[in-house]
Design a protein around this ligand. Structure first.
Ligand SMILES: Cc1cc2nc3c(=O)[nH]c(=O)nc-3n(C[C@H](O)[C@H](O)[C@H](O)COP(=O)(O)O)c2cc1C
Length: 391
């Protein structure tokens, strides 16, 4: 599909499917177990319908807002994603530069293929994700690196203590390094563009972790993870981090109002409502379903953000109207990266921004701050056949 025929995020999804080997596309698109939660994120957003208002002056729509004191031109940021290099050698750098051009914030993943310092150079306002590794010194030294790089906001990974079971990946033998069955090698041969970029482009590393002063190689990741993964991360660890980190602190992966309240009590500045796009724990609710209770529990003590299934400008409208300060998206930017590199990521931001402006106009609101529950159509049922299938 040529980029000029692409007019929606879903067009980029289909283009990425044509460009990527099946095992890589499945890694990008898949969720845990039966993918119920991945689908629910979309279905429940679609089920919210909006009221169209007439003859309201919407000639000057302002999509800007602020997050933790930082101005952003659009209430849409980039969720942290590891291993972006596997989709395109532009990797984090391409997405981070595009986010900066779109006037918004990129979150660097704790599992990124590019080092934090490298990405900060192209997107100085980024937020950095951190994980609580088994060795507290490992975490502390990463936090120090973030501080030295000038990062002001840390995002704690709050939903990675347990391992997920992504069956698409298991069937493809997508371990680290990948050990795919023969069929996958044959299928990969039908994606020469990807193969060429893979062989000639940026090498796949875990850029932010080092052994002997060089970035950790992909094949070393399994044993590094086995040594460092931490199933015993706790609120005490969060409280210690709070005491040591004077910048802003956000916790990602909150799906429960009690946890949100606890996080704020422990000093979180931002609550990031996320079920990891359904990639970790299946059969939990859509993020949009738990958002109102979390917003109520947090009040004005912290900002609340949401990701999971954001694919249209009107999805941004719905989530912000329900109390999210801003939303984030993951897969949409990875689809674009895989389909057309950095220009495609720019285009994805433009698509979101144009759709957002259109939706704000139709609901009769000229600013993000004016979006509230009055925009929803009540007592209606959405017609949902497409959302029910990920294929
Ligand atoms: C390829 C890929 C890699 C991801 N890696 C991470 C990660 O390293 N850390 C993290 O907290 N979440 C990670 N996520 C989850 C995203 O941050 C985000 O929560 C999710 O993608 C949002 O759902 P959406 O893809 O429907 O927008 C990843 C998601 C994808 C698709």
């Amino acid at each position: 599909m040529r980029n000029k025929w692409i007019v929606s995020v879903d067009d980029f999804r289909r283009a990425s499917r044509q460009k990527l080997p099946k095992m890589i596309y499945d890694y990008l698109e898949g969720g845990a177990l039966d993918e119920i939660t991945t689908r629910a994120n979309r279905v429940q957003l679609d089920a919210l319908l909006l009221r169209q208002r007439s003859l309201v002056d919407v000639s000057a729509i302002d999509t800007s807002t602020s997050v933790l004191g930082q101005h952003i031109d659009v209430p849409l940021m980039v969720s942290p994603m590891g291993m972006l290099t596997i989709f395109h050698p532009g990797s984090d750098l391409a997405v981070a530069r595009a986010a900066a051009r779109a006037g918004t914030i990129f979150i660097h993943s704790a599992w990124s293929g590019c080092s934090l310092e490298e990405v900060v150079r192209v997107a100085p306002n980024l937020w950095a994700q951190i994980a609580f590794w088994k060795d507290p010194e490992e975490t502390r030294s990463y936090v120090n690196r973030a501080r030295n790089a000038g990062v002001e906001t840390l995002v704690v990974a709050g939903d990675v203590g347990s391992s997920s079971k992504r069956e698409r990946d298991l069937r493809h033998g997508l371990s680290m390094p990948p050990r795919p069955p023969l069929l996958d090698y044959l299928q990969t041969a039908t994606r020469p563009g990807w193969v060429w970029r893979w062989l000639t482009g940026r090498k796949m590393t875990y850029g932010s972790y080092e052994i002997d002063g060089r970035p950790l190689r992909m094949k070393e990741m399994n044993s590094w993870m086995a040594n460092n993964k931490n199933a015993s991360a706790s609120w005490e660890q969060f409280a210690r981090l709070r005491a040591e980190w004077s910048g802003k602190l956000v916790i990602k992966g909150i799906m429960d109002a009690e946890d949100a309240a606890r996080a704020v009590d422990e000093g979180a500045d931002g609550i990031f409502v996320s079920n990891h796009g359904g990639r970790q724990f299946d059969s939990q609710p859509a993020t949009i379903d738990v958002l109102p209770a979390i917003v109520a529990a947090v009040g004005d003590r912290a900002e609340v953000y949401l990701d999971g299934g954001i694919r249209r400008g009107h999805d941004i409208v719905k989530a912000t109207a329900l109390g999210a300060r801003a939303v984030l998206a993951g897969r949409p930017f990875a689809y674009a990266l895989a389909a057309g590199g950095e220009p495609a990521v720019d285009k994805t931001f433009a698509i979101f921004r144009d759709e957002l402006k259109g939706a704000m106009g139709f609901v009769g609101k000229s600013s993000v701050q004016a979006l509230d529950e009055s925009i929803f159509a009540r007592d209606t049922h959405a017609f949902l056949p497409e959302s029910l299938s990920l294929v």
